[in-house]
Design a protein around this ligand. Structure first.
Ligand code: FAD
Length: 291
């Protein structure tokens, strides 16, 4: 039977000291809902887990210097119950409410979701959509990396073994920006995403779209922005034709990015439907001329 030891960190500094200790091959443990579950499939590549789940500064959600700071060990339950995130990061709060059942939502963390780097990770599209940066640290120092640049490939990040994501930093979005997260799973409840997306939209007083963001996950190897769809929407007044055109464009863009495979037609149809739903949810119908 494979064996490893357990150490609990009480601060970020303590966690970093444990991770940099060359006598052990350590890895961070947060909720364990990926790490421990994966041990059923393969033996551990580490000799010690460093539990960061009770590090107080990694469990906080706060406003600081005009930015939202979310500790990497914040659970989905904390995210979904945060009034601050509901107001300023709606798509992230919505995503958190779709993850697993209550046990997974209580244990699973944002840091673990990003560091696991699954293509279907539900927190990743909202974090990219909200321009989140990961504050990555080790005993050698700290760096700030956009979440979009932290993931190298499915299940692989640019994190070094002695590095820890301490928290995420998000700019507070413009008050008129609306955001949404949508997911299509393989089943209705407690399911991993087959397709997911986070989108953001802002309109001016005349109804014209002044900001658009579309981040697609699960049907692509790494969650990514569909900039050509964003460009198509920009400076337009939303109409049902525009929304349909944008949704169809997203589906074609998907085909261009991933190429033909056995499920591409389903994925294209599913993405088109989700983009359409997202745009309908985001368009402010109280603004003149908006469909
Ligand atoms: C039944 C079930 C349902 C699930 N449903 C969903 C779902 O709907 N959507 C979804 O996206 N995921 C889902 N998951 C996957 C999982 O719950 C999430 O990915 C969760 O966010 C992982 O977080 P964790 O804290 O449990 O990570 P852990 O398992 O503790 O760690 C995962 C990886 O991240 C690393 N890590 C953890 N924290 C840090 C950190 N701060 N810095 C650097 N590295 C770190 C660990 O070393 C490990 O490699 C589900 C899992 C299960 C078992």
């Amino acid at each position: 039977m494979s064996q490893f030891t357990y150490a609990r960190a009480h601060s970020v500094d303590e966690a970093l000291a444990l991770l940099s200790d060359t006598r052990e091959k350590s890895t961070p443990l947060a909720g364990g809902t990926d790490l421990l579950v994966n041990l059923r499939k393969m033996p551990p590549s580490f000799t010690r887990v460093v539990d960061v789940r009770r590090v107080p500064e990694m469990r906080q959600i706060k406003l600081q210097d005009g930015h939202i700071v979310i500790g990497a060990a914040v659970s989905y339950t904390q995210v979904s119950e945060s009034a601050l995130l509901e107001q300023h990061a709606t798509c992230l709060a919505q995503a958190a409410r779709t993850v697993g059942g209550p046990a997974i939502a209580n244990m699973g963390t944002l840091g673990g979701n990003v560091a696991s780097a699954a293509s279907w990770a539900d927190a990743v599209p909202p974090l990219i959509c909200l321009d989140a940066q990961a504050y990555v640290c080790s005993t050698a120092g700290a760096r700030t990396v956009p979440v979009a640049h932290l993931i190298a490939a499915p299940h692989r990040t640019h994190l070094q073994p002695d590095e820890l994501i301490a928290h995420f930093v998000l700019p507070v979005p413009h008050p008129e920006t609306r955001t949404v997260f949508l997911k299509l799973g393989r089943r209705n409840a407690q399911t991993l995403s087959r397709v997911n997306l986070a989108a953001a939209l802002r309109q001016d007083e005349a109804g014209r779209i002044t900001f658009a963001r579309l981040v697609v996950g699960a049907v692509v190897p790494i969650a990514q922005r569909f900039e050509s769809v964003e460009a198509l929407l920009l400076n337009q007044v939303p109409s049902s034709e525009l929304m349909t055109t944008a949704a169809e464009h997203a589906a074609r863009e998907l085909m261009q990015r991933v190429g033909k495979h056995w499920a591409i037609e389903y994925d294209m149809r599913a993405l088109k439907a989700l983009v359409l739903r997202a745009l309908r949810a985001l368009v402010n119908t109280s603004v003149p001329n908006s469909a």
